[in-house]
Design a protein around this ligand. Structure first.
Ligand SMILES: [Zn+2]
Length: 319
């Protein structure tokens, strides 16, 4: 029997600093703030942003750009946006705004992208930090990571500085399992070998204290000169941050689009393949704002994604 849906977990590494903005000028210490999880305060990329960028790049890859990309509004010349056809890879995978049958939600759903490993400067060089909450996204339960300390496997045991913060070092229980999970998902060896865990609250604190903050000048497009008073600051996730997100693909055989049986894709795996056509574009065109300032490129690490952590858990319980 075919599955009705198939979740996969993907990892990606920032090749440039990544700025996914809140869309307004912030009131905090920077002018252009990035999106944060309202509960944990850790920066994230909202699933809706991720879905929009995936759609654009998949449409480019499938020769459906610009018609089936974007939000699908009717253009000024009266021509329509999304084609909304049952044999369109983009409209079936990502949905369409309207059409004969009044729109379709799409077969692929995107979670928010969360920070899995965050590079922090230490006197030993960069260390990639994670926390119990973050590691659950790859099915790993970190036990005993509770005190204000750096938990890791091996390495010197004298206190370690994370930026300006000096913390004791403790052994990490189950470190081999963590390393294996990261290796399975194609996290580079250098990062795996320099991974360490913090408690959730401290992780949020350290991430927020170690974001990139840059200063830039707004250029007046008419004169090509700097606008008066246009110096502004913006924050970003630093280069080499590792992000994690889930893509859940529904089974096309259960759906109709525009009144017809979905024909462009035949299985959840086909839908994942359409989504994955966007991956090379992330590495070249990036995500988020400030693209013209050398920001936003993301390398997708997990091309052969294992099942999502949640789905693996369900399978284990069933057996
Ligand atoms: Zn289409």
């Amino acid at each position: 029997m075919a599955n009705s849906y198939d979740p996969k977990t993907y990892l990606g590494m920032a090749i440039d600093p990544i700025h996914v903005g809140t869309g307004g000028m912030g009131l905090g210490r920077v002018d252009n703030a990035i999106v944060r999880d309202p509960v944990t305060r850790v920066p994230k990329i909202p699933g809706s942003s991720l879905a929009g960028v995936f759609r654009t790049y998949a449409a480019m890859a499938k020769g459906k750009f610009p018609d089936c990309a974007g939000l699908g509004q009717t253009r000024r010349d009266g021509s329509s946006g999304h084609c909304g056809k049952a044999d369109c890879h983009i409209c079936t995978t990502f949905g369409f705004a309207r059409g004969n049958a009044g729109g379709f939600a799409g077969l692929a759903a995107f979670s928010d992208a969360h920070v899995l490993l965050f590079p922090a400067a230490t006197r030993e060089g960069p260390v990639w930090l994670t926390c119990p909450m973050a590691m659950r996204a790859v099915g790993q339960e970190l036990n005993g990571v509770t005190d204000d300390a750096v938990y890791r496997n091996g390495g010197p045991s004298q206190p370690l500085n994370l930026g300006w913060l000096l913390l004791p070092v403790r052994p990490l229980n189950g470190a081999e399992s963590v390393t294996r999970a990261l290796e399975e998902r194609q996290v580079p060896e250098h990062i795996r070998d320099h991974a360490a865990a913090l408690p959730d609250k401290l992780f949020s604190h350290v991430v927020n204290s170690n974001l990139e903050v840059r200063t830039s000048v707004a250029i007046d497009p008419e004169t090509g000169a700097a606008e008066e008073g246009a110096l502004f600051t913006y924050e970003a996730l630093p280069r080499a941050t590792v992000l994690v997100w889930d893509v859940t693909c529904k089974n096309p055989t259960h759906f109709k689009a525009g009144g017809e049986q979905v024909a462009a894709v035949k299985s959840p795996d086909d839908v994942h393949k359409v989504v994955a056509t966007a991956h090379p574009y992330f590495e070249h065109l990036g995500i988020g704002g400030m693209g013209t300032r050398g920001m936003g490129r993301l390398r997708v690490l997990t091309e052969t994604a294992p099942q999502a952590a949640s789905a693996t858990g369900t399978a284990k319980e069933a057996s």
